[in-house]
Design a protein around this ligand. Sequence first.
Ligand code: SF4
Length: 332
Amino acid sequence: MPGTFGNSWWWCAGWVGSLAMADIESTPALSPLQNKTLGLLRRAPDPVVFDTAFIASLRADIIEAFEQFHERLGDETIFISKHRLSSVLGCEVQHLLDDNFEWSPAVAGGQVAHRAVQLMVNWRGDPAPADVIDEALARLANEDTSIGDWIAGLSEADLADLRGFAVDKLIKFQECFPPLDRRAAPTVESSVRWPLEGPIVLSGKVDLTLGRPAGAESRKVLIDLKTGWVSPRHREDLRFYALVETLRTQIPPRKLASFYLDAGEPVVEDVNERVLLTASRRMLDGVNAEIELRIEGREPVKRPGTSCRWCPLQPECAEGQSYLADREAGRD
Ligand code: SF4
């Protein structure tokens, strides 16, 4: 029986589970925004089944390319995440600085909210968002991870700031998404990795996945939760995850969605062979550049772009300053 919306994040309803049904109807129990989300993510009547020969050939081509890269790697191992891939294909000078990652309230707030969504999906009852955020913060602070250490060292005031940021994200998530039924197989921060062992490892964590393959039929949806502006990079990030999912399971996801929580708008893309081939070429370009820069010592190339805005080298970088001045003046 459908429950009253807001009663629970786990037991509501046949219609929530029907995210996996082809003929889902919008329902007055959901807000217009939630109904819109369901409509955009639902399956089409025709099942999505990829050509197994195409998947086998994609995989074989990547394995062959990796074997050629191995010869240039020596004893080194490289890990390719969506962030590292975007970074190495952007400004290479900034990329080589990127290892000095530091947590900030904006980045950590997103992680806290993701952890809270993870708790919420399996939480019985109707907890207040602030309570779930507090639980997420406590759990993260107890973990032996860099974010755990960072949270444990915050002052009360900084913790309050972080809590406020994370609560805002969690409430926006609830406004955009219907309650997630267990039958929709939701997973949050799901780790993906391929292959099992290096020396080149593709890895990442998908913010939210819904559905799972049924035999050879693609049913999984990969979702990245975003705040801020739309960027082409977000689509490339999801395509990278679609590629890793395909390599590890041999069943591609059926749909990708960057969900912009501030605007309440998803940008959705169907997965097809072209998407996977594009992701594969981009990933191989990134691995090649990473080997050239880190192993073979090639000089990094400056590529001014949006990231000049937060680049620590910008005060001394003529190219970055010129790019930002042109942007400010509305010049291409
Ligand atoms: S300011 Fe821009 S062009 Fe210069 S190093 Fe930084 S990212 Fe690269």
